[in-house]
Write a protein that binds this ligand. Structure first.
Ligand code: E4P
Length: 218
């Protein structure tokens, strides 16, 4: 299972990269709006930091606009993936961009049927938003489980990214549901590392080691 980091913040990307666990990056217009400077320059800097896929989202809604924007974004670097919301125009644009060799990530996927349509259109990735479904009392991970089952049954190569992750249990459930990738905010990555028993264990070892040091001084 791959881990992407869900941020456009370079400091967070560098810190996560130093842990050796970042296989790619996902951004969206909201995440880019939080960063200073020209979003194209921010994306360029991210792509020079990370060699894996970096998703950049279009804001056009019509097919021609999505394709035009997708081609422009793809010029930033070889590892750019074009993130496209699932709509009828979006699906048409996915087919065209993939035919040109530009990888796509169909986003805002909330149902297994949307996941199936995106795969049939030839998307390289889909982003299934689990947290936003949980927020409205639907079991977000069900979409991932069912999409994974459908893709396995029919042999689709489209990779499932679990997005809108809010906590460490979402990452565990994503792994158990058969997701290819979890895209995780930096805060949740740090939560995955921590465990209260690890903290207590470190303190206990250090206190016992002090006894050894004290003995040496006698
Ligand atoms: C990433 O691909 C998504 O855009 C992101 O995970 C959405 O997360 P949110 O629901 O916390 O905004």
């Amino acid at each position: 299972m791959k881990f992407f980091i869900d941020t456009a913040n370079l400091d967070e990307i560098r810190k996560a990269k130093s842990l050796g666990i970042v296989d790619g990056v996902t951004t969206n217009p909201t995440l880019l709006s939080r960063e200073a400077g020209d979003p194209m320059e921010v994306l360029k800097a991210i792509c020079s930091e990370i060699s894996g896929p970096v998703s950049a989202e279009v804001v056009s809604l019509d097919e021609e606009g999505i394709v035009r924007e997708g081609r422009e974004l793809a010029k930033i670097a070889n590892n750019i993936v074009i993130k496209i919301p699932i709509t009828e125009d979006g699906l048409r644009a996915v087919r065209r961009l993939e035919a040109e060799g530009i990888h796509t990530n169909v986003t805002l996927v909330f149902s297994p049927m949307q996941a199936l349509l995106a795969a049939k259109a030839g998307a390289t990735y889909i982003s299934a938003f689990v947290g936003r479904l949980d927020d409205v009392s639907h079991v977000g991970m069900d979409t991932v489980r069912l999409a994974s089952q459908i893709y396995d049954t029919y042999g689709f190569d489209t990779q499932i990214i679990v997005a809108s992750i809010r906590n460490p249990l979402h990452v565990l459930d994503a792994a158990l549901a058969g997701a290819d990738i979890a895209t995780i905010p930096y805060k949740v990555i740090t939560q995955l590392v921590q465990h209260p028993l690890t903290e207590i264990g470190i303190q206990r070892f250090l206190e016992d080691w002090k006894k050894v040091e004290a003995r040496k001084k006698k």
